[in-house]
Each structure stands twice: as structure tokens, then as C-alpha cells.
Design a protein around this ligand. Structure first.
Ligand SMILES: Cc1cc2nc3c(=O)[nH]c(=O)nc-3n(C[C@H](O)[C@H](O)[C@H](O)COP(=O)(O)OP(=O)(O)OC[C@H]3O[C@@H](n4cnc5c(N)ncnc54)[C@H](O)[C@@H]3O)c2cc1C
Length: 303
């Protein structure tokens, strides 16, 4: 990592929020639901699907979690009303996981039921390693009653391959496979080597495809996109059996390559006022962005 990038990563925690907001504008649809609807419509017109995320996490008060339920209900009805090709992604800690498991479960189930009425799928995002067990438990419990539910696995965690083998494959869980966000896990929990994480990603994907699981291949790493395409071919999957996924604002060229090759692609579209935590994670993941943005400070990323 060059000195400028190291500096960006080191100073993220003390970067003034207004500056983070400028850096992060490309990753976020806007503050309001109407902004997200507009972005999703544009993506859909290009044959790209979306998953909508209302920004927010780690709530400490039950009222905040209940507010998130109401906000997501508005998203669900907007998806249905505007006939968008989109589902929703949500974070358990936004629904009170750190307050009380059962409270969080009830909140998420309320949304799953609401989404079911519209035929919309619900993806439970994976947060830091302290949430992994509860997130799997919740997903498996919800799957007993509802079909429109799935979660995420992180290739960087040591435990992931074991989770795939012992639980996820047998239960045919609908999974998004990603490397795992920048949650600062200790080395005994997460692989530090980038090549190991890639290798684990490929191994898990192969196992999931072999077992007939639906997988969202979530990466902007060209090598992993290539490996994903190779495994799709190897397993002779038709395009309804998997999808590629990318974050809003990242690598438009790679996005076009995936779509032009005939694969389905879904873009993660976050919106809302709670943009700070999400934005600092994106910035830590790609400090190069700070340099690009400095050069194009008044130019917004084209959808
Ligand atoms: C749709 C989607 C949903 C996700 N959901 C979760 C989740 O639930 N839980 C979780 O822990 N993680 C989640 N992630 C994040 C993921 O775990 C990685 O942290 C992130 O995708 C970066 O890994 P990468 O595979 O893209 O590879 P990297 O090696 O990090 O990136 C490859 C290349 O992509 C580009 N790039 C990567 N990130 C950025 C960026 N922020 N801005 C600009 N360019 C960038 C760079 O050019 C980089 O060289 C999700 C990612 C995606 C795409």
C-alpha cells in the first residue's frame, strides 16, 4: 500500500464526517427512498437487478430498531409499487441483535412476512464475527417458515468452510458469498493473507455449486469474477441458479463485462441518513478512491 493510501486508511477514524460524505457520495444512492428508487430504475433499465439497503447498524434502543422496520416496509411497498427488479438487504444489528435476539428475530420476521406478500426476497447481511452464530441461527429458523430468506458468508473467516460443509449446504441456504468486510477481526478469527481468502472463496463456491445452492457471487476482484464464471461453466449452471453482485459505485467496467457475458448481476444500493459507518468501511477497503475523488471532486459517479 502506498504512503497516500496508508495515510487514508490511518486517518479514516479522524476524517471529519463532511469530508467522508464527499468521498462516499458514489457509494450511496442518496438520503431518501426516492433517491434509491431512481437509482434502481436506472439499473433495471440496463437489465441489472438491485438489492436495497437502508443504512443503519448497531442500534442501542428498541425504538431505533422499530423505526428501521417501518423504513424497510416503505422500501418494500416502493419496490412493489414501482415494479422494481429488486430485493432488500438488512443488518441484524439494525434490528436490535445486540439488544435482544428474540426482539431482533421478531422484527426481521415481520419484514420477511411483509416481503413475502409482495414476492420479495430478504437477504440478511453478515456483520462482524460476534454476529455470525446468531445470524445463521436466525436464518435457519426463518427458513423453516419462509422461503424468501437467505444470508451471507465471508471467505475471510476461518470457520466459513466448516459452516458450509456442516450446516449451510445441508440446509440449501441461499447465500451471498463475499470476502468479508473490513471489521478488523483478530488473526485467529480471519485469514490475513489475501491469496488465502481468494482460495477459500473459490473452494466454498465450488462446494456450494456442487450441492445445488443458489449463490450470489459478491466481488469486484477480477480474478474471482473469472473463477466464478469458470465454476458456472464447470457446473453447467443456467443463469437462474446464481448471480453476480457488486456494490453501487464500484468498477463500472467490470459490471459491464459481467452483464455483456450474459450473467445476471445485482447491485447493492444503500440509501439513508446513517451513511457514516458504511462509508468509512468502503473507504478503508479502497483508499485509492480518495485519490480519484480528489481529482474528480465535483464529478459524481455515473450510475
Ligand atoms: C453486493 C455485496 C454485498 C456485500 N455484503 C457484505 C456483507 O453482508 N458482509 C460483509 O462482511 N461484506 C460484504 N460485502 C463486502 C465484501 O465482503 C468485501 O469487503 C468487498 O466486496 C471488497 O472485496 P472484493 O471481493 O471486491 O475484493 P477487493 O480485493 O477488496 O477488491 C477488488 C478490486 O475492486 C475494487 N474495489 C473494491 N472495493 C472497492 C471500493 N469500496 N471502492 C472502489 N473500488 C473498490 C478495487 O479496484 C479493488 O482492487 C459485500 C460486497 C458486495 C459486492
Amino acid at each position: 500500500m502506498g504512503w497516500f493510501n496508508s495515510l487514508v486508511v490511518a486517518t479514516v477514524p479522524i476524517t471529519p464526517p463532511p469530508l467522508v460524505r464527499i468521498f462516499a457520495a458514489r457509494y450511496i444512492a442518496g438520503d431518501k427512498l426516492e433517491n434509491a428508487v431512481k437509482v434502481v430504475k436506472t439499473l433495471n433499465e440496463r437489465g441489472i437487478m438491485a438489492t436495497v439497503d437502508v443504512l443503519g447498524e448497531s442500534v442501542t434502543k428498541k425504538e431505533q430498531a422499530r423505526q428501521a422496520v417501518e423504513e424497510y416496509k416503505l422500501v418494500l411497498s416502493a419496490i412493489a409499487e414501482n415494479k422494481l427488479d429488486a430485493n432488500i438487504s438488512l443488518k441484524p444489528t439494525q434490528f436490535g441483535l445486540k439488544i435482544d435476539y428474540n426482539f431482533c428475530y421478531a422484527n426481521i420476521e415481520e419484514l420477511v412476512v411483509e416481503a413475502e406478500k409482495y414476492g420479495i426476497f430478504v437477504r440478511i447481511d453478515m456483520e462482524d464475527f460476534t454476529c455470525t452464530d446468531d445470524t445463521f441461527k436466525m436464518t435457519l429458523e426463518l427458513m423453516k417458515k419462509h422461503k424468501n430468506i437467505g444470508t451471507v458468508i465471508q471467505a475471510k473467516l476461518h470457520r466459513t468452510i466448516n459452516d458450509v460443509e456442516t450446516t449451510l449446504v445441508g440446509n440449501k441456504v441461499n447465500l451471498r458469498l463475499c470476502k468479508g468486510g473490513t471489521y478488523n477481526e483478530p488473526r485467529k478469527i480471519a485469514w490475513a493473507g489475501k491469496e488465502i481468502v481468494r482460495q477459500n472463496f473459490i473452494t466454498c463456491l465450488d462446494m456450494l455449486f456442487s450441492a445445488g445452492c443458489y449463490v450470489g457471487i459478491a466481488t469486484h476482484d477480477e480474478r474471482l469474477v473469472f473463477e466464478g464464471m469458470r465454476l458456472v461453466r464447470k457446473h453447467k449452471l443456467n443463469r437462474e441458479r446464481y448471480e453476480f453482485q457488486m456494490l453501487l459505485g464500484v468498477d463500472r467496467e467490470l459490471r459491464d463485462i459481467i452483464v455483456d457475458e450474459g450473467h445476471r448481476l445485482r447491485i447493492y444500493v444503500p440509501f439513508g441518513k446513517q451513511w457514516y459507518a458504511y462509508s468509512t468501511r468502503r473507504l478503508r477497503e479502497n483508499p485509492d478512491m480518495a485519490g480519484h475523488i480528489m481529482k474528480n471532486i465535483f464529478k459524481r459517479y455515473e450510475i
